[in-house]
Design a protein around this ligand. Structure first.
Ligand code: ZN
Length: 512
C-alpha cells in the first residue's frame, strides 16, 4: 500500500529507504488533501447551486481515500524503523520533526473508524451547504437537525480519539496541538477579567459623532483594484496566488506556488473588503513563505491554526489598523474613493478603530473580538462535553451575549447561526482565533524590538522588512517547533496575555 500498491515490509528496508517511502507517502497524501481543498475552494467561489450534492460525493470519496492512506498499518512499521535509527537523532532536525508529526497524525487517524471518518466529512459538507441555505432565511428549525447530527458525530470522534482531560480536548488537538481546555482557560479568564471593565471604560467616555464612513458609495471595481494594490504592496505574489470573491472570506494553500484568498465587497462600505483582504493576506503570506522544498511534509506545513491566525491578525490589526499603515495608505484611499470624508489622519485612525459591542464576530473591533470567542469556546466545550444540548443552544448563546457584550440577538442569523464553523464540523477551532491574537501581539512586539525603524518603514509604505522578519522567524520553520515553543524561541517569553492587553490598553487609551 505504501509504495506502488506493493507492501514492502519495513524489515527489508534501510532506515533511509523507509524514510524516503514515508516522505513520498506524505507528499502523495498531500496531493489528495490539496485536491480536496481545491474542491472546497471551488464550492465556495463558483460552484453552481445545483452542483452541491455531487460535490459532497466527490469530497466524501476523497476523504475516504485520504483516511485509508493515513491509517495504512504499514506506516506504523516504517515509522518505527526510522524512529529507532540515528536518522532521527537531531531533535528539531527535518527528519525528527516529520517523524514527530507523522506519528501523531497516524496515531490519531487509526483511532477513527473509516465509516466515522466518512460520516464526519459528509456531515461537514452537507452542514455547510445547509447553513448557507438556511441562514439568510433565519431558519433555525431546518438547520438544527444537521447541527445535532454533527455534534453527535463530533462526540463520537472525541471518544474514538481519547483524551486525558475532557472530550473537547480531543477535538481541539486537530487545530492546536499541545493545547487543552485546561491550558486555554487561564488565558481566556485573564482576557475576560481585563476586557470587560476596559470595554466599560471605553463606552463610558463621551462618543464622537457616528462613524461617517458607512453608507457612502464605494464602487466595487475601485475596491478590487485597491485590494490588489495593497496585497502586492504587502508582499503577496499574484504569480503564485489568486484573489476571488466568496460569501465568507478565506485563504487556502493549494500547492507551493498556488495560494488563494477571497474577500467580499460591500458597495456601501470599503471596510469588509479591505480588512478581510488584510486578514486573509496574512494567512496567504504565511503559506507563500513556507519552505517549498519541504512541501507535503510537516516540516513544510504551517504549525497550527493559532500561529496561522497570528499572521492574519498581525497584518489586519497590528499593521492594518495602525497609524503608520494609514500614513501611507490614507492618501491613496482618498484618491480611490472621492466619497470619503476629508478627515485628519488621527480622526481617520479613530474611525477605523471604532469600539462598539456588536452581534457579529467577524465585524468586531479589537477590544470586543475576544469576548465573541470566549462565548463560543464556552458553548462548544459544553456541547462536546455533553453539558449542553443543541436544542438549548440558542438560549445559551443569547445569555452569553448578554453577559459578555450586553446585547441580545434579534434573530438566529445575527446570533447562533452567524458562523459556518459548527455547521462545517469545526469544533475546537474558535479558540485558535484568540490564540492568534495573543501570538500576533507577542510576535509584533518582538518585531518592533528587532526591526529598527519599523513604524517609519511602514509609514513609508515599505513592508518588506516586516515580512522578511516573519519569514525568517516564523514562516520558514513550518512545523519545526510546536506553537508555544516557537513563541518562546522567537520572543524569549512564554505565551502571555500581557502583550495583547498592553497593546490594547495603550492604543485605545490614546485613541479616545
Ligand atoms: Zn483567519
Amino acid at each position: 500500500m505504501i509504495k506502488d500498491h506493493k507492501t514492502i515490509s519495513a524489515s527489508c528496508l534501510s532506515p533511509e529507504q523507509a524514510y524516503a517511502c514515508l516522505v513520498q507517502h506524505s507528499q502523495e497524501t498531500a496531493y489528495l488533501k490539496t485536491l480536496s481543498r481545491l474542491l472546497a475552494w471551488d464550492q465556495r467561489t463558483c460552484l453552481p447551486s445545483q452542483g452541491h450534492n455531487f460535490r459532497h460525493q466527490q469530497r466524501a470519496f476523497l476523504a475516504r481515500l485520504i483516511h485509508r492512506r493515513q491509517t495504512d498499518p504499514a506506516l506504523g512499521e516504517y515509522l518505527a524503523k526510522v524512529e529507532a535509527s540515528p536518522l532521527a537523532a537531531t531533535p528539531e532536525g527535518d527528519v525528527a520533526v516529520n517523524l514527530r508529526e507523522w506519528r501523531r497524525a497516524w496515531e490519531r487517524a487509526v483511532r477513527i473508524p473509516e465509516e466515522l471518518a466518512v460520516a464526519l466529512t459528509k456531515a461537514a459538507s452537507a452542514g455547510e451547504s445547509v447553513w448557507e441555505a438556511t441562514r439568510p432565511a433565519n431558519d433555525w428549525e431546518s438547520f438544527r437537525p444537521y447541527l445535532g447530527r454533527t455534534v453527535r458525530l463530533q462526540r463520537e470522534k472525541a471518544e474514538a480519539l481519547g483524551y486525558a482531560g475532557e472530550p473537547f480536548d480531543a477535538l481541539l488537538a486537530d487545530f492546536e496541538p499541545g493545547e487543552t481546555a485546561a491550558t486555554l482557560s487561564p488565558l481566556f479568564s485573564e482576557l475576560q477579567r481585563f476586557l470587560l471593565p476596559f470595554l466599560e471604560k471605553i463606552m463610558a467616555t463621551p462618543k464622537r459623532p457616528a462613524n461617517p464612513l458607512r453608507g457612502r458609495s464605494f464602487p466595487r471595481p475601485a475596491q478590487e483594484s485597491l485590494a490588489r494594490h495593497v496585497a502586492v504592496r504587502l508582499g503577496f505574489d499574484f504569480e503564485a496566488g489568486r484573489l476571488d470573491v466568496s460569501a465568507h472570506p478565506f485563504a487556502t494553500g493549494l500547492g507551493p506556488a498556488d495560494v488563494r484568498f477571497t474577500t467580499r465587497y460591500d458597495e456601501h462600505y470599503f471596510g469588509p473588503a479591505l480588512f478581510s483582504v488584510l486578514h486573509e493576506i496574512g494567512h496567504a503570506l504565511y503559506e507563500q513563505g513556507l519552505p517549498a522544498e519541504h512541501w507535503g511534509t510537516p516540516r513544510g506545513t504551517a504549525v497550527s491554526l493559532g500561529i496561522h491566525e497570528s499572521q492574519s491578525r498581525l497584518w489586519e490589526n497590528l499593521v492594518g489598523r495602525s497609524l503608520a499603515f494609514w500614513q501611507h495608505f490614507y492618501p491613496l484611499l482618498q484618491k480611490t474613493f472621492p466619497s470619503l470624508p476629508d478627515l485628519g489622519l488621527q480622526d481617520w485612525q479613530l474611525a477605523v478603530n471604532e469600539v462598539q459591542p456588536g452581534l457579529i464576530r467577524t465585524e468586531a473591533d479589537e477590544v470586543t473580538y475576544n469576548l465573541h470567542i470566549i462565548l463560543r469556546f464556552d458553548l462548544e466545550r459544553a456541547l462536546v462535553n455533553g453539558r449542553l444540548q443543541v436544542d438549548d443552544l440558542p438560549e445559551a448563546w443569547n445569555e452569553g451575549m448578554r453577559n459578555l457584550l450586553g446585547l441580545t440577538p434579534p434573530d438566529f442569523r445575527h446570533g447562533v447561526m452567524q458562523d459556518v464553523h459548527w455547521a462545517a464540523g469545526l469544533f475546537g477551532y474558535f479558540p485558535t482565533y484568540t490564540l492568534g491574537n495573543l501570538y500576533a501581539a507577542q510576535f509584533f512586539a518582538q518585531a518592533q524590538n528587532e526591526v529598527s525603524g519599523l513604524e517609519e518603514l511602514m509609514a513609508a509604505g515599505d513592508f518588506r522588512p516586516l515580512l522578511a522578519w516573519l519569514r525568517q522567524n516564523i514562516h520558514q520553520h513550518g512545523s519545526r517547533f510546536r506553537p508555544r515553543q516557537l513563541v518562546a524561541r522567537v520572543t524569549g517569553h512564554e505565551l502571555q496575555t500581557r502583550f495583547l492587553l498592553t497593546y490594547l490598553e495603550k492604543k485605545f487609551t490614546a485613541l479616545r
